[in-house]
Design a protein around this ligand. Sequence first.
Ligand SMILES: [Fe+2]
Ligand SMILES: [Fe+2]
Length: 315
Amino acid sequence: MTATREMAPEDVAAVAPAVDPQPGPVDAVAERLLRSSAKQSYDPEVDIDWEAPLLEGKWGMPPERLSLYGTRLWDGLTEQQRLDYSVHETASVASVGLWFELLLMQMMVRDAYDDDPTTAHMHYALTEVADECRHSTMFGKAIARMGVPAYGPRRSIHRLGRLFNMTVRGPSSYASILVAEETLDTWQRELLRDDRVQPLVRMVSRIHVLEEARHMTFAREEVKRRLGGLTPWQLRVQQALTAQTCFLVARALVNPEVYASVGIDPREGRREALANPHYRETMRWMGEKPMAFLREQGLVPASQERVWRASLLTG
Ligand SMILES: [Fe+2]
Ligand SMILES: [Fe+2]
């Protein structure tokens, strides 16, 4: 498998044997996370003012983080077009986040099917699924409020997601969850602090950042636990699955159709974005924290470096 083409269904089936997690002292962490959830959770239905108008002259995200920022195509846009495009690209990232949340909820419910319902581990897993249900509703409502399409990933990746969900098992599923959560977390922490950004986007980001901190702790614990006792072959499979999944998710974040919102040919926009040093730096910055963890856990072997580089998450 390489990063230069999309993963075919047979690639996934060939490398995805079932991996049972090793038993471990997981309940202490789960109990701590449950206590935190009980103390601090949000209900976006009531905690966000959905009637508040969008403000003129505000960005969807800080302009420096946009994939076309600083390019020749960016120079050709008026200020109003740049603002409009920023809202479309923000909606793309949010809708891909929502798509991945739907996948991870299915993975977690699938794992819970075999878990012991009397344990804190299962109680926390279900609490996280409940958080994600609220998040996906919140992202969907926010995109509708911004009046732009929920772009989601491209159709081929959307289809692959279904397959991924049926086949990916073991540490790679939680490693992929961690990468998706932590890259978006880095991005949202910046959004929520920037007063150039639409207040609605900042509030959505604030709620998400607060609840995702627990999810990332859980994902790290699950990666470590599920790495225990793998055979060398199973480890190689998990390393490859993690790299391929993260490559697809990272490259899906900006659906090229967003460029058409300001009259730019999607293919041309995509080419320019992928070669844009500002955007490449943004992706490296988003990937910095989860990549450090994956390296520490031995999930990024030399044989997968090329895929990781193509994901843009390693710079
Ligand atoms: Fe979430
Ligand atoms: Fe999450």
